[in-house]
Design a protein around this ligand. Structure first.
Ligand code: KG4
Ligand code: ZN
Length: 339
């Protein structure tokens, strides 16, 4: 079985083909940084227009790279939510239109379920149940994934998502958007001992997190320091910020692991590409005797390979075509069920 997928929930247009026989046959992603950079964040209307321009050419490209024609496809998966209304509409319309024309099933996919299942593409040994740390620009969630469609949120950020905090802090340091990777690169040159930032909610009894105060802390610190900031100061701030975020994420993830007794942890979403987070969790997992799975960095950020794979898993579990389903810009992952 071959599934063609399109992902267009935010500011990446992506297409991919997954095959039950050959695995991932192709995947292509086009970012929209150039369209949003000067605004310092994603402009929804621009995002929709970019998806309109790039969606169909990318689907063609994914088919060409897989050396397939539309007739070779058995189902089309698309991201139905959560995400930006206009952006989702473009992908959903393309996906459903294509499925309709080819008379094959169309499969609406939850973006976060895609992120959660992405590590399976590289680790066929991974099995439910597992613990997942989902850290992206829009979400920071600690999830107990008990089975396909059965997800319990154990903890989440009560304000900014971790990626959002990275991006906003990067902006305060004058770095380009999206700032996460730039800030992480800068932090490599910083000295961990120059500043110590607060760890919001570190001692709270629940598994929730908070990052907006950290960003405010940086804003206040920057305002007190002589301007313009030296390169050394910027690097030290980046380092202290990254240390604080990583520390909080690792601490609450470990508490969640103790609570669930999980032996497998997966880290998903764009911030999962952060090397300090990866190194710290890897060392902790070794010390505490559990396994941690990271998708390759390209699989952590938004892509259609995860949507194609989720579509395939849902289809073989019994999901049927649903042309009537609209998009769901707000769609709690806990409302999903097994097909
Ligand atoms: O999952 P994703 O591609 O998109 C969604 O938000 O769904 O995540 C994007 C986020 C952005 O906030 C970006 O700055 C952050 O992931 N990010 C990073 C790194 N790479 C991407 N944050 C910290 N360190 C990184 N290396
Ligand atoms: Zn995402």
């Amino acid at each position: 079985m071959r599934v063609l997928a399109i992902e267009s929930s935010c500011d990446e247009t992506a297409a991919a083909v997954y095959s039950s026989q050959g695995g991932l046959l192709s995947h292509v992603v086009l970012g929209q940084q150039a369209a949003h950079e000067r605004f310092g964040g994603v402009v929804p209307e621009h995002a929709s227009r970019e998806h309109i321009a790039k969606g169909l050419p990318l689907l063609r490209e994914a088919l060409a790279q897989a050396k397939l024609t539309p007739k070779d496809i058995d189902a089309v998966a698309y991201t139905a939510g959560p995400g930006l209304v206009g952006a989702l509409l473009v992908g959903a319309t393309l996906g459903k239109g294509l499925a309709c024309a080819l008379e094959i099933p169309s499969l609406p996919i939850h973006h976060l379920e895609g992120h959660l299942l992405a590590p399976f593409l590289e680790n066929p040994d991974l099995k439910f149940p597992f613990l997942a740390l989902q850290v992206s620009g829009g979400h920071t969630l600690i999830i107990h994934a008990r089975a396909l469609g059965d997800y319990v949120i154990l903890g989440e950020s009560v304000d900014d998502a971790a990626g959002e905090a990275f991006d906003k802090t990067a902006r305060l340091l004058g770095l380009p958007y999206p700032g996460g990777p730039h800030l992480a690169r800068l932090a490599l040159e910083g000295n961990s001992n120059s500043f110590t930032f607060p760890r919001p909610m570190y001692r709270s009894k629940d598994l929730n997190l908070s990052f907006s105060g950290l960003k405010t802390h940086v804003a206040q610190l920057v305002a007190r320091l002589p301007q313009p900031l030296t390169a050394t100061l910027k690097a030290d701030i980046a380092c202290a910020f990254e240390d604080a975020v990583v520390d909080c994420l690792v601490h609450k993830t470990l508490l969640a692991r103790e609570k669930t007794g999980s032996t497998q942890l997966i880290v998903a979403g764009g911030v999962g590409a952060n090397q300090k987070l990866r190194d710290t969790l890897k060392a902790t997992a070794q010390a505490k005797g559990f396994e941690v799975f990271y998708p390759a960095p390209w699989l952590c950020t938004d892509n259609a390979a995860m949507i194609a794979y989720a579509g395939y898993q849902r289809f073989i579990a019994g999901a049927t075509s649903d042309l009537r389903m609209g998009i769901k810009p707000r769609w709690p992952i806990t409302s999903l069920s097994a097909p």
